[in-house]
Design a protein around this ligand. Structure first.
Ligand SMILES: [Fe+2]
Length: 294
């Protein structure tokens, strides 16, 4: 079973129609009834959203806006040190608010004129095939909740900090946005679950946790690294391997820890040549051959 399913809190609709986000007992917001109510309300917004309608407005507290401001500030400094230039330029182009959490509709409206990408609200886990295939249409599923304010620099699940600071800034780069689209087309083309998992693992080790050589150093471009103030300080000490499709598509990973194995592109051109071309051309047979070559 593909493990991504484990790290989103499950969302259930009760018999009376109410929506409940089932936070695990170790979740920082588990004992905070006010936070849990907000999580339920935000999940219900996404479940009630109809394609083509504006993304519903999510309510946040002042404490939550403060978390955003803190994390944004901290990450901006770290991006200057550790992020690839393409990301830094794209973030400057997008111009996300720094003092408050942006609404997803606002993020979409900022992105659209730049690369055509838009956001869709997600209550929690989106089925793999759906998540990836709509990337081909320039659509990105995103959660709207933010981590619990008691631990501003930690989240056990992807929150709006990850989805927007990590992904929206990246999606404001035409080169990265094209890679996201190509991943989407690949997900739409492949038929077997094995091939889809391979495509998604290549995504994981590149657009989520990829690193790249730049000016003689390892720089990060993966949204997972760029949205984590802890992981961004650690990635250079990990087991960094050459960019290789068969390895990325078959390497096991544990989403609950910092990624210990990373794959490094020699340059942006190299990433596009290897991974862009793969997503552009792969099918079930070519993926089965790659997987068997390991
Ligand atoms: Fe992500």
């Amino acid at each position: 079973m593909f493990e991504e399913a484990q790290y989103f809190a499950p969302v259930a609709t009760q018999d009376d129609g109410s929506v409940v986000v089932e936070l695990a007992s170790g979740h920082p917001g588990f004992a905070d009834a006010v936070y849990r109510n907000r999580r339920n309300a935000i999940a219900a917004l996404a479940l009630g959203h109809k394609p083509g309608e504006p993304i519903p407005h999510a309510e946040y507290t002042d404490e939550e806006h403060h978390v955003w401001a803190l994390v944004t500030q901290e990450l901006a400094v770290k991006h200057g040190k550790y992020a690839v230039r393409e990301f830094i330029d794209a973030a400057a182009r997008l111009g996300l608010p720094v003092e408050r959490i942006p609404q997803l509709q606002e993020v979409s409206d900022l992105l659209k004129p730049i690369t055509g990408f838009g956001y869709l609200p997600a209550a929690g886990l989106v089925p793999l095939r759906e998540f990836y295939s709509v990337l081909a249409d320039g659509l990105f599923h995103s959660t709207q909740y933010i981590r619990h304010h008691s631990v501003p620099f930690y989240t056990p699940e992807p929150d709006i900090v990850h989805e927007v600071i990590g992904h929206a800034n990246t999606l404001a780069s035409p080169r990265f946005a094209e890679l996201y689209r190509l991943a989407g087309r690949a997900a739409r083309r492949v038929e077997t679950d094995e091939a889809l998992e391979f495509v998604s693992k290549v995504f994981w080790f590149t657009l989520e946790f990829g690193v790249m050589r730049e000016d003689g150093e390892s720089k990060a471009y993966g949204a997972g690294i760029l949205s984590s103030s802890g992981e961004i300080e650690e990635f250079r000490g990990m087991d960094i391997r050459p960019l290789e499709l068969a390895a990325m598509g078959t390497t096991h990973y544990d989403i609950t820890k910092y990624q210990e194995v990373l794959f490094e592109a020699e340059s942006f051109d190299h990433l596009e040549d290897v991974v862009g071309t793969f997503w552009d051309t792969c099918d079930d047979d070519s993926i089965a051959r790659l997987a068997a070559s390991r």
